[in-house]
Design a protein around this ligand. Structure first.
Ligand code: ATP
Ligand code: MG
Length: 168
């Protein structure tokens, strides 16, 4: 049984994440997905709660042909202890997939094999760009799986983002 680990903040989950996870699914029996910075929500850079992000990912991957586990992981702000913290919260995994330089470094130092998947249309497919589009009423729905658009609409996520970005 080979399990692969993938972590992100998923604010929100988008087609770049989906494309990486579809690639990972081809190389492992099961996937462990960590939702980083799980304690943050209702912030311009972190608008959605961990539970809302669980919903986005679970729905978007409902037809994936591999079992997967979605685990919220709080940010402990201690990089040297972070891998142990992640391991304490997740099912055991054999390798990690990440292109984030810090994540790659921390896992490698802990002796975990890391693979870095290629980026998928990174200019548009980034959480930062999608949040920016939501805030200035530019098209964003084509960058996100349909199931995630539904979750964000159900939550009135754009309304939330606009409200918290406002001045008092
Ligand atoms: P933000 O701009 O908010 O940081 P993000 O798009 O980088 O959002 P994260 O949740 O930070 O998304 O990223 C999770 C993981 O997904 C990271 O390892 C990141 O490198 C990877 N990733 C992000 N965008 C893409 C993409 N377009 N193609 C492939 N991997 C991606
Ligand atoms: Mg990022």
């Amino acid at each position: 049984m080979k399990r692969g680990f993938y972590i992100g903040r998923f604010q929100p989950y988008h087609n770049g994440h989906q494309s990486v996870l579809e690639h990972i699914a081809k190389g492992v029996d099961e996937i462990v997905i960590g939702i980083g910075s799980a304690q943050f929500s209702h912030l311009i850079d972190n608008p959605f709660t961990a539970g809302e992000r669980v919903l986005m990912i679970t729905r978007a991957l409902s037809s994936l042909d591999r079992p997967f586990y979605v685990i919220p992981i709080e940010d402990i702000k201690r990089n040297a202890l972070w891998v142990a913290h992640v391991r304490s919260m997740t099912p055991p995994f054999d390798l990690c997939y990440s292109s984030n330089p810090l994540v790659v470094q921390l896992f490698r130092e802990s002796g975990v094999t890391v693979q870095s998947p290629a980026m998928y249309e990174r200019e548009t497919h980034s959480g930062t760009e999608i949040r920016r589009r939501m805030l200035c009423n530019k098209p964003w729905k084509s960058l996100i799986p349909d199931e995630v658009v539904e979750v964000i609409d159900e939550l009135n996520g754009v309304g939330r983002l606009l409200q918290i970005a406002g001045d008092d």
